[in-house]
Design a protein around this ligand. Structure first.
Ligand code: URP
Ligand code: ZN
Ligand code: ZN
Length: 472
């Protein structure tokens, strides 16, 4: 006779965004079927004594296989990027589908899906980057894509070729208002940055450190304020992604105090790195070039406070990997002599959760419930992944079993991404995901890959909990 359950995770401590309790978790047909004790027979039992049983991580901000300029190649496609994510305790990642200027988003999505299909170790759900908000894109294409389950758009206030002006951002926000999509904004003032780059180049100041000094806090703070003001004008919620510093956080708190719906996100780089890291010898500072740039100790403290006090809803990796010692990466012929041509972005999809667990939970800055909220429950609700993000009967059996006592030192040699370095080399970590289960299938068992490529699927999304009509 077939056992009633496919798998039972027994004896662990289950943590959700609201509760921590001891329970067995029973799984059937890819979903969580029961929680409790003495649940009965299962085809297989995993002993989780002494371990945390957590919802699989959802990384709501990663870049995979994204076109990045002539001669530049992103270090991860879907295979290595999702494998790395899986080893880091994630079961879903949310990459960006980039619209190239003059092209349709549907065409870009078709290409991304072709790259992802059959190659993923975690589930994936795409955000859309709108770089060309032509009337047909705003009027027809985006509404149709929202109806198909692509329910969030990212817009940029910086990067030549990608940035939108304020009127264009308002147009995208208006489309979001009509469709229920959620707009994510990269907040940096491009004109100010261009001006500072010109000044630095005129002075011959072109080493990686100049990346940080040409993208000052005020450029991010001003753009953060502007993005939230534009959202207020159109009356839509807005997500401020990868926030790096205290003054920008203060703007977010002020907007919320005015009653605005603002979601905010920070990332490991803003609590672990500083602009000083960009000063490495032999151009090694290029390894830490990302935007906004890492700041200083005070900014790190401000980000921790925001993580602790609930200002931040999301803790993403903004995994945007390039190889360092490679002519297609950070040390491309132009990037090796001028910071302006160093591709922006750093790897981190595998280290995001261990860093937050170790620096946050193990060091007592946050409790395990807040860890779960920031890394799984909030991303699921905010981005409409309605069957994910918690441990509850009926949800997808996406589970990471964590050993809170595991001691590791981050070494790139042990990671699984396609880059050739980690910005966190040598960082000591306490707490690591030992076993990772995707839709009821054991993918990683005690640190070893046992699952197959292709187990991860694309997931169409519902509307965000912030925009969806409320049920009666
Ligand atoms: O430097 C970064 N963050 N690159 C990734 C693209 C983005 O802005 O998110
Ligand atoms: Zn960005
Ligand atoms: Zn990003």
């Amino acid at each position: 006779m077939k056992a009633p359950y496919d798998l039972v995770i027994a004896g662990g401590t289950v943590a959700t965004a609201s509760d921590v309790f001891s329970a067995d978790v029973a799984i059937r047909d890819g979903r969580i079927a029961a929680l409790g004790h003495d649940l009965g027979a299962a085809a297989r039992t995993i002993d989780a004594s002494g371990l945390y049983v957590l919802p699989g991580g959802i990384d709501p901000h990663v870049h995979l296989a994204q076109p990045s300029g002539e001669g530049i190649v992103m270090a991860d496609g879907f295979e290595s990027g999702t494998l790395s994510a899986l080893f880091g305790g994630n079961t879903t990642v949310m990459p960006f589908c980039l619209q190239e200027k003059g092209r349709s988003l549907r065409e870009a999505l078709t290409a991304y899906h072709a790259l992802a299909e059959g190659n993923c170790y975690t589930d994936v759900a795409f955000h859309l980057i709108v770089s060309d908000p032509a009337p047909s894109v705003l009027g027809q294409e985006l509404p149709a894509l929202v109806a198909d389950g692509y329910t969030s758009f990212k817009v940029f206030m910086t990067y030549e070729g990608l940035r939108l002006n304020d009127a264009e951002i308002l147009g995208v926000m208006d489309t979001a208002r009509r469709t229920g999509a959620l707009v994510m904004v990269h907040c940096e003032n491009e004109d100010a940055i261009r001006y500072l780059i010109g000044r630095h180049e005129a002075a011959g100041d072109v080493a990686p450190r100049a990346h940080a000094t040409t993208r000052p806090v005020a450029a991010e703070r001003e753009a953060t304020h502007r993005a939230m003001s534009l959202a207020e004008i159109v009356d839509v919620p807005v997500v401020i992604v990868h926030v790096s510093n205290g003054p920008a956080i203060e703007e977010i708190r002020r907007a919320r105090a005015r009653g605005r719906k603002v979601v905010s996100e920070t990332c490991p780089q803003y609590v672990m790195l500083t602009a000083g890291d960009l000063e490495g010898m032999d151009w090694e500072g290029a390894k830490f070039v990302c935007s906004p740039p890492p700041r200083d100790a005070a900014a790190q403290d401000a980000c921790w406070t925001g993580i602790e006090d609930g200002t931040f809803d999301l803790f993403s990796s903004d995994h945007c990997p390039f190889r360092y010692d490679d002519p297609t990466g950070k040390l491309n012929p132009k990037g090796a002599v001028n910071f302006r041509h160093i591709p922006n972005g750093i790897p981190g999809v595998e280290t995001r959760l261990p860093i937050l667990f170790s620096e946050g939970v193990a060091k007592g800055r946050i409790d395990i419930r807040r860890f779960v909220a920031l890394t799984a429950t909030h991303p699921a609700g905010i981005y409409g992944l309605s069957t994910k993000g918690s441990i509850a009967v009926g949800l997808d059996a996406d589970i990471a079993i964590w050993d809170p006592k595991a001691e590791r030192t981050i070494r790139h040699a042990d990671l699984h991404d396609g880059s050739d370095y980690t910005p966190y080399e040598g960082v000591a970590i306490r707490g690591w995901p030992a076993t990772v289960i995707l839709g009821g299938r054991v993918m990683i068992e005690e640190g070893r890959l046992v699952g197959a490529k292709g187990a991860g699927l694309h997931r169409a999304r519902a509307l965000s909990s912030l925009t969806a009509p409320r049920p009666l």
